[in-house]
Design a protein around this ligand. Sequence first.
Ligand code: ATP
Length: 362
Amino acid sequence: KRCIAVMTSGGDAPGMNSNVRAIVRTIIFHNCKPFVVYEGYEGLLHGNIKEVLWEDVRDWNAMGGTLIGTARSPDFKRREGRIQGAHNLINFGIDALIVCGGDGSLTGADIFRSEWPDLIKELLDTNKITEEQYKRHQHLNICGTVGSIDNDMSSTDTTIGAYSALDRICEAVDYVEATAKSHSRAFVIEVMGRNCGWLALMTGISTAADYIFIPETPASSETWREEMCDTVSKHRARNKRTTMVVVAEGAIADDLKPITASDIHETLTKRLGLDTRITTLGHVQRGGSAVAYDRILANLQGVEAVNAVLESTPTSPSPIITVNENKINRKSLVESVRLTKSVAEAIKAKDFKKAMSLRETE
Ligand code: ATP
């Protein structure tokens, strides 16, 4: 029987549990043995691994967070850590690993797989594994599913957790809207997204915000204050009692300086005399159960991930499971990670044109 492990890594996202549940049960459906690795790569290198049963993932479909834990693991970024991880997988007889996480986690998975032949050779040479284990574990199958609230992974239209986070944000904005209307106040809502304005943009559309700031389209440093105030004033002139401005945490102006919630607060207060408050949603955005769309995505992608592992050959590239125009696809993990990194680097280098054109080539 093949032994396949699943782990969650990086930031938690609603829908990860649903994904793990689908993966575990599909592994069993195919008459293979499912294992979970607890606490991401930290668990991998400390051997925090367990075989699980069908019942172990019962009721996991709707639950938020990740019940098998996640962690940032600096040790896994070092070769010694990965050697330890390889040793543990071999000791458990595991020959395939499905990682649900963001681009960092999937980069780690890709490095792990490409280094695998060297890692097991070293384990053999240092007598940590037997000749028989060495022969049986010549290849490690890796597959990625993308769990992240930011929706910042290239190659896929959406990531598991993004719609749940968006739903949480919209709910919070609706609450704020009620109090804003009562007092005729302005609110600046800061949402997550350092390199990716998807959450801020979709929040703006969903809540009919007055103004939105995202990293990808930097506002003019000279005129953004005036332009925002003009728009807000027009809306107020039509008897609108509330003002909502949504800002992504990575929003920036074209002089490369950040546009922060307090900059916006100051502008609305000083220029328009509005009674303005800032609401930074923080980790509330990650909380709660997965919305139906994320559950569906997590289930369909979990099934596909196991199928991809079972169909992969020693020479086939590691897949990542994506959704494109509502179809579940397999794409090259290496290529997706490379593209995602290029977009993030272009945004960091403030080369927004390049970032946008890279996004369009996805
Ligand atoms: P999120 O999108 O929520 O930030 P992420 O998966 O991108 O999720 P990271 O903190 O970047 O989160 O990565 C999670 C873990 O993946 C790291 O703690 C580390 O163990 C592993 N990892 C990331 N990059 C590498 C790398 N270059 N080499 C080896 N392991 C890595």
